[in-house]
Write a protein that binds this ligand. Structure first.
Ligand code: ATP
Length: 539
């Protein structure tokens, strides 16, 4: 059985001792302690390069590069707001700080993606923004580039003093400060916090801005040690952030100029309401008019979109690429009928029918993840797995094994996967389709969006059976919208006239909004360029 997997081209499975990993994990291995550009007070305005760090931040072979199929993606951008936003077609024309432009070059971005073409100028104008765009379309850089650029020129004036770690007399026991971030980025999962922190490390390279990350599972002591060296940009999960906000000697929010809520529809969910309220206006949060708020996601059900208004300024800009919650044509979506009892053998066969490549398999329960991991591993396949019951060290280790290709098959519960940006994920398999009560079609869109990112192509295969009826209509709508084949057993749900009825279409929302809006603004004035739709060029 092992030989069969080798003959097919799968690498050898590597046994993992979870307890050992937890015991042996050194403080230096926590991703939150990863190297970042450290500012030396002796420096003038132009900070020197640090080749080893540059290699570490930008030279990684596992860093994603734009694929060849970007033109298949939706480039219609809908803008809704009181003032005009002129898109930027080139990074060089956006008025960005020269060091940010250098960093964009180092990271290998040639042109802004559609959402970036509009979000960058809107954020540079200092507006509150809601940005909705498909998975893998560069939303992180869309907010990070303009924020960092705006702060970089004024960093000496705005940043809180921090200890000079280059001073030979520097002693972390006696030289420390409290964290006074200018930017707070809130993300719902630990792994996404780490990934967003990496992006911040890249764009803050050669600047005075020092990024930090804090998330559940990252030891509080180690996290505080990092914060005490100074923190201008804080990436955090909501629970950990709220805990830190209760420790004013560690963290103050009084300087915050930008609060970004990534995966905002998830964060606007009832489960997070207490945390979100506190983050948006609790503690000593800076409530001056210069505090800008942003909400970002690929999916944004109508109910959550309406809640946005509670938190953002009346004149906020709404940017949307395509339909909120849509997927795109670079993902081939297949749905096959499979009874629950046949799934294990079916997934095993599938892994032999596909060319070996990074594959993500989603299950709905931790127990199914564990059982499937054992089953495939014992048949010689290089699997690893991740779910919420695993210690944080084990979670980081599994994801690293998957990212580096040591274990190219990752089995996961869906909830943790939002936002993961992993190079060369070719296949996503929904061993279980998301249940309608737990994320439903939004969760489906996020799961399949782990493949075919930024102009690459990929395959999403889903096992369907009678238990999945609740999601069937939404699933068929997405298949039709993305021009994928609707399987025979679901064909009765396909629209006869080809017109799909998405019941949370944004245009309806606009009508309501316009009806209740300040009469100074006509419907036309709220949409630009006329008629409400612009086309982002150059991709
Ligand atoms: N202008 C660009 N050119 C090339 N690559 C880019 C560009 N902007 C972003 N990327 C890369 O595209 C990948 C996807 O970006 P990102 O993770 O921000 O997507 P996203 O829209 O937030 O997706 P999701 O909704 O799944 O979180 C990243 O690897 C990022 O580095």
């Amino acid at each position: 059985m092992f030989a069969k997997a080798r003959d097919k081209g799968w690498t050898n499975p590597t046994a993992v001792d979870y307890e050992q990993i937890q015991r042996d994990y050194a403080a230096s291995e926590w991703h939150g302690t990863a190297a970042r550009y450290e500012w030396n007070d002796e420096l003038g305005d132009v900070a020197p390069r640090v080749p080893e760090l540059e290699q570490m931040l930008f030279g990684g072979e596992f860093q994603m590069r734009k694929g060849d199929h970007y033109s298949n993606l939706n480039i219609e951008v809908f803008i809704d707001g009181r003032e005009r936003v002129q898109p930027v077609k080139e990074f060089a024309d956006a008025g960005l700080h020269p060091v940010v432009l250098d960093n964009i070059n180092l990271v290998g971005y040639e042109k802004p993606t559609p959402i970036q073409q509009y979000a960058i100028p809107a954020i540079l104008q200092g507006r509150d923004v809601v940005a909705i765009s498909q998975t893998g379309s560069g939303k992180t850089a869309a907010y990070m580039i303009p924020i960092i650029s705006r702060l970089m020129g004024k960093a000496k004036k705005l940043c809180a003093p921090k200890p000079n770690t280059f001073d030979p007399r520097y002693n972390p026991q006696t030289h420390f400060t409290k964290a006074e971030p200018l930017v707070v980025i809130v993300v719902p999962t630990r792994e996404l916090a780490i990934q967003t922190f990496d992006e911040a490390r890249r764009f803050c390279y050669r600047s005075m801005l020092r990024p930090c990350v804090s998330y559940g599972g990252f030891p509080v002591k180690t996290s505080i040690e990092e914060l005490r060296k100074g923190c201008d940009i804080l990436v955090a999960t909501p629970g950990r952030l709220v805990d830190l906000m209760d420790k004013p000697h560690i963290l103050t929010m009084s300087r915050v100029k930008y609060t970004v809520i990534d995966e905002a529809d998830e964060m606007l969910h009832m489960d997070w309401q207490e945390e979100l309220n506190k983050i948006m206006s609790g503690g000593d949060t800076n409530e001056d008019a210069d505090h800008v708020y942003m909400m970002i996601s690929a999916t944004f059900p109508k109910g959550e979109r309406e809640l946005v208004r509670q938190y953002l300024a009346d004149d906020h800009v709404r940017l949307r690429v395509g339909r909120a919650g849509s997927s795109h044509k670079n993902i081939r979506q297949d749905v096959v009928f499979c009874e629950s009892s046949a799934k294990r053998e079916a997934v095993y066969d599938l892994l032999f029918n596909l060319e070996p490549a990074r594959t993500l398999i989603f299950c709905n329960s931790k127990q199914t993840v564990d059982l499937l991991d054992d089953f495939l591993f014992n048949r010689g396949l290089p699997t690893t797995s991740i779910h919420a019951d695993r210690g944080q060290q084990v979670r980081e280790d599994s994801l690293r094994s998957f990212r580096t290709g040591k274990a190219p098959i990752l089995i996961a519960t869906g909830v943790s996967s939002r936002g993961w940006d992993i190079k060369d994920v070719k296949y996503v398999i929904n061993y279980d389709l998301p249940s309608a009560n737990y994320g439903g079609i939004q969760e489906y869109i996020h799961r399949i969006g782990r493949t075919a990112r930024i102009g690459h192509q990929g395959l999403a295969m889903s096992f369907y059976n009678d238990r999945d009826e609740a999601i069937a209509q939404d699933l068929v709508n997405v298949l039709v919208e993305c021009e994928c084949t609707v399987p025979e057993f679901l064909s009765h749900l396909a629209p006869q006239d080809g017109v799909i009825n998405f019941d949370d279409d944004t245009d309806e929302e606009n009508e309501e909004e316009n009806a209740g809006a300040n009469t100074n603004f006509t419907a036309e004035a709220m949409f630009q360029p006329e008629p409400a739709m612009a086309t982002a060029g150059g991709w």
